[in-house]
Ligand binder design. Sequence first.
Ligand SMILES: [Fe+2]
Length: 156
Amino acid sequence: MDAIDFLQAQHRAVEKAFIALKADDDDLEAKAALAQRACEELSIHTMPEEELLYPAAREAWPGSETIDVEKAYTEHFLVKTLIAKFETLKAGDKGFDATFKVMSEMVGHHVEEEEKELFPELRKSNCNLRGLGEKMEKRKAELQSKLDAVGSKSVG
Ligand SMILES: [Fe+2]
């Protein structure tokens, strides 16, 4: 899997979590679990992308205005701010649904831009996407095991 296949697969996982959350309206417990999963999927996605792909994109087109990596960073920043809100926001709370809606709209827009602009351009560049993909998979595994450790602590 190269870096772009890897990221696109993650985008689909995030979308699935969003769709599941929209469908499940009454069961607050299920809703909370789904929101947590969506936030985890998003965190696992944003970190390797920011740490590995965006710097590579910056290097591929220094100072480019067509491929605006700074905008992508800013959108990630906003998504992370919304993720942080879910640390205190509970399913059923005022604002929970609205926050989730805004988050899902923002992520949808961001994903669309990346897949239409950034990714196709990166494919044309001489960026080592295979090498990047391998590094991302390693980073993802690290983040996943950290999250699992936190999860088992809070359960047990
Ligand atoms: Fe992204």
